[in-house]
Design a protein around this ligand. Structure first.
Ligand code: FE
Length: 344
């Protein structure tokens, strides 16, 4: 849309996440969606780079079959194989699909930061693969070769079709719901559910004092991802306020159905990849853990719990539980202002 020569200032009440009036995305002010600005600042304060983390101990442990068992090796590689795919899919969705439809300049600011963080995450996997001398062709191609990863990746990618279409635009009831569905799938499901059994496995390594350099990088990634998830939840909840007509009972049911489908895919992934369990986490534990996480995600956008189960991995709540994440950001952010180090 061309710029109009005018003395009129932009009215903050015209600002919207999507479908903002005149869609003026050039000026940052007046700033309505301050959660996006807060997320942008938190992201900057948490800045890190994979190459800052020493990998020498990991390299020695990986070489030693007495330290890392055959089963652990397979688990480590498969988890890495999933991660490599997930962050690239996320980056593509932000840059190619989401960004141009977002009419809030401050949300766009955060998306720029988020897209860079997804690149840093892919860099982290590359750095781990290179440091340990893993077969990069094998790890980075796992989403095509390993059924349980393929199923998750293709579930996500089927939702790209509408939004990735260059002719797609928001502004109709149907397309706005489609866009909202995209945020649900990419943020709530991929960043909020599909990472979590892989996170659990990496923290399992860490608890055994194994592959601690790799695990530390995954902790940084988890911190970034929980911020991505919180931003996605804020997008959804704000669109619900700005365009309440979209949040129909049918749409809510659709979200619940998608989350339930994803929950099955995620615990099936864990059960297939770790058939005998790993680090004390067994098939039932993974199922219950993912169901617990799924309920938390549904609750975060005002939908009812579907499973009502306890968290079977209470130690995980210290590291990745969403209720702790909020606390974590409120209490720890200032500690990262100087160097972005991880100390928890
Ligand atoms: Fe992300």
């Amino acid at each position: 849309m061309p710029i109009q020569k005018t003395d009129q200032r932009i009215n903050i009440n015209d600002r919207r996440i999507i479908n903002g009036k005149d869609a003026d995305v050039i000026q940052l002010y007046p700033m309505k969606h301050t959660f996006a600005w807060d997320a942008y600042n938190a992201g900057n304060a948490n800045h890190w780079l994979p190459t800052e983390i020493g990998m020498q101990l990991d390299i020695e442990q990986w070489k030693n079959p007495n330290v890392i068992t055959e089963e652990e090796r397979r688990a480590f590689e498969t988890v890495l194989g999933f991660f490599t795919t997930a962050d690239s899919i996320a980056a593509n969705n932000i840059v190619i699909a989401m960004y141009k439809h977002i009419t809030s300049p401050e949300c766009r600011m955060y998306l720029l930061r988020q897209a860079y963080e997804e690149a840093i995450h892919t860099h982290a996997y590359q750095y781990i693969v290179e440091s340990l001398g893993l077969d990069e062709g094998k790890i980075f191609n796992m989403y095509r070769e390993v059924g349980a990863i393929y199923d998750k990746a293709s579930f996500i990618l089927t939702f790209n079709e509408g939004i990735f279409n260059p002719d797609f635009s928001t502004g109709t009831f149907e397309n706005d719901q489609k866009f909202l569905e995209n945020i649900v799938v990419f943020s709530l499901i991929m960043e909020g559910i599909f990472f979590y059994s892989a996170f659990a496995v990496m923290f399992g390594f860490q608890r055994q004092k194994k592959m601690v350099g790799s695990a530390e990088q995954i902790q940084y990634i988890m911190r970034d991802e929980s911020q991505h998830l919180n931003f996605g939840i804020n997008l959804i909840n704000t669109i619900k306020v700005e365009q309440p007509e979209l949040w129909t009972p049918e749409f809510q049911q659709r979200v619940v159905d998608l989350v339930k489908e994803a929950t099955v895919l995620e615990y099936t992934f864990a059960q297939t990849v770790f058939p005998k369990g790993i680090f004390g986490m067994n098939a039932d534990g993974f199922k219950q853990y993912i169901e617990h996480i799924a309920d938390r995600r549904l609750n975060s956008i005002g939908l009812a719990s579907q499973y009502n189960v306890q968290n079977p991995f209470p130690w995980m709540s210290e590291a990745v539980d969403l209720s702790k994440e909020k606390n974590f950001f409120e209490t720890r952010v200032t500690e990262y202002q100087t160097g972005g180090t991880l100390d928890w």
